[in-house]
Design a protein around this ligand. Structure first.
Ligand code: C2O
Length: 535
């Protein structure tokens, strides 16, 4: 049966403050947030699905989880607790490197705060997983309570499971949520739309459902002879926003801020409004941009965050649908259809009050990246192919799989330039933990580049393979709203993307350097396949 769209109201996820006020003074807070197996209704006409949900109690747990609101400079401690019974609700594959084996007595999970700048021990390393009651623990597990200093620029983060070999299924089951760092002294003067009604977080992902309401994921892998279940990408036909399929929201004719997190496994969204309303970007991922940028559409890869202001007073109609036209897989897959091309319906009603919010000409200012002080230049090649014995293809970084020893060893507080060479067919959203980067340019490889590709398979050293000779094609324009500090960026296939990475805290006029840089170390990876690599 076909699900009717726009019948559920857009939910507000529960809010949890990451600080408390004592006589009006913000003080650090310790939270306990659990992961529970429960039922969740994704649509009015769907029976509740079994999910894994974050919450302070099972009863209040939601998909996505509660939004944690932290305050700049005030510590938030979270004890993430795993209450999941054994036997995964979704198919998983024991033949890929994974935390779960047939003898594991619980579901391994570990929480990563995506976009956070904190000590590695609190980063949710894939091998720092644990099962219910910490009965079993992964090899890099060190502690129960994670510490988030919130000593970074204000903005949008999200938390999600990061367990080895299970991240894709644990996220599909519901283990994700938003985390916002607020900095009132800096943000209030900007005058942007604020308060729970006008400043909203939208977590968007795609899912498919069986007729009984349960989440559908194919239990047969792309090459079941070798990996019975392993599928590198998941696409669902229903678009879920804050836990409801194609919800609707009644808005007033005034400005709203939407922090939109693409929490899909592999789906890119190119959002646009069916009635021509525009987006004014104020931030991207976890950081404000310097000046607002207005566009008609915005392409958001998996795990990217777009932070926009929409002025509904400019709407020519009383209805506006936020739609999507990104092919899947992006960029060369199928065109969207009637279902996955729609996201939310906005019903626009008159505003009885004066809208005093605004979008200022300037947002936040950052120090310029000084390329003369770059500590290191690195070449990172993403290449995907099948080994002689193995199928399907694997994603390699400089010919190394995730399990390989660390190769990149940057110093905290340093700035490096990386050339990321994407020799795969897909656009890969590259994510770097515990740092931020700026995209400097994206250059196509000149054709034919077969010699270069062959060389990269054999020697896998971009310099020795004469990357300079090939990285001279057309330069792709980096959209203005994505030229600020990012933690995820879209690596276009057949292109070399040059980024400046800063391995530390970045702020308007301060510079903060971490001293804890030891193991388990930092991670960078593609957010689609979670094939990643330590450094
Ligand atoms: Cu969004 Cu390594 O994570």
């Amino acid at each position: 049966s076909k699900l009717e769209k726009f019948v559920d109201e857009l939910p507000h996820m529960p809010k949890i403050l990451g600080y408390h006020l004592s006589d009006g003074v913000p003080k650090s807070k310790s939270l306990k947030i659990g992961m529970f197996k429960k039922k969740w209704k994704f649509h009015r006409d769907l029976a509740p699905a079994t999910v894994y949900a974050f919450g302070t109690t099972k009863h209040t747990a939601t998909v996505p989880g509660p939004t944690i609101e932290a305050l700049y400079g005030v510590d938030t401690h979270v004890r993430w607790q795993n209450h999941l019974p054994p036997k995964h609700i979704l198919p998983w594959d024991p033949t890929i490197p994974t935390a779960m084996t047939n003898s594991t007595r619980g579901i391994p999970t570990v929480v990563h705060l995506h976009g956070g700048i904190h000590a590695p021990e609190s980063d949710g390393n894939a091998n720092a997983w644990f099962t219910s009651k910490y009965n079993e623990r992964g090899p890099t597990w060190t502690k129960k309570t994670y510490h988030y200093p919130n000593n970074q620029q204000p903005g949008n983060l999200w938390y999600h499971d990061h367990a080895m070999g299970l991240t894709r299924v644990n996220l599909l089951a519901g283990l994700l949520g938003a985390y916002i760092i607020r900095h009132p002294q800096i943000e209030d003067p900007l005058g942007l739309p604020s308060g729970d009604e006008f400043d909203r977080t939208l977590i968007v992902f795609d899912r498919s459902f069986r007729t009984d309401g349960s989440i559908f994921m194919s239990s047969t892998g792309n090459n079941p002879k070798i990996h019975p279940q392993w599928q590198p990408e998941y696409f669902g036909d229903a678009i879920i926003v804050n836990g409801k399929a194609w919800p609707r929201l009644t808005v007033r004719r005034r400005k709203y801020r939407f922090r939109i997190i693409n929490a899909s496994n592999a789906r890119f969204f190119r959002f646009f409004f069916t009635n021509g309303l525009r987006f004014t970007h104020v931030a991207s991922d976890s950081a404000y941009i310097e000046k607002p940028v207005t566009t008609n559409e915005t392409l958001v890869g998996p795990s990217e965050i777009t932070d926009i202001v929409v002025d509904f007073s400019q709407s020519k109609s009383n209805l506006a649908i936020l739609a999507n036209d990104a092919k899947y897989p992006y960029p060369a897959g199928d065109p969207v259809n009637e279902a996955n091309g729609k996201v939310i319906k906005f019903i626009i009603v008159p505003d009885q009050e004066v809208d005093t919010s605004r979008v200022p000409k300037r947002l936040l200012e950052y120090p310029v990246v000084d390329l003369s002080s770059v500590a290191h230049t690195r070449y990172v090649a993403m290449y995907e192919y099948a080994s002689d014995i193995d199928e399907p293809t694997h994603l390699y970084l400089n010919a190394k799989p995730y399990e390989a020893a660390a190769t990149e060893t940057p110093k905290v507080g340093s700035t490096e330039v990386w050339y990321v060479i994407n020799l795969t067919e897909d656009n890969h959203p590259l994510h770097i933990h515990l740092g931020l980067f700026k995209v400097l340019d994206q250059t196509a490889l000149v054709k034919p580049d077969d010699e270069f590709r062959e060389c990269m398979k054999k020697i896998n050293d971009a310099v020795k393979c004469h990357v300079d000779k090939y990285a001279r094609g057309k330069k792709e324009e980096v959209p203005a709203h994505e030229r600020g500090w990012k933690n995820v960026f879209k690596m276009i296939p057949g292109h070399v993307t040059k980024i400046a990475v800063r391995f530390s805290y970045i702020h308007t006029n301060a510079s903060y350097v971490f001293d804890a840089t030891t193991e388990p170390g930092y991670v960078y990876h593609c957010h689609v396949k979670y094939t990643y690599h330590f450094f």
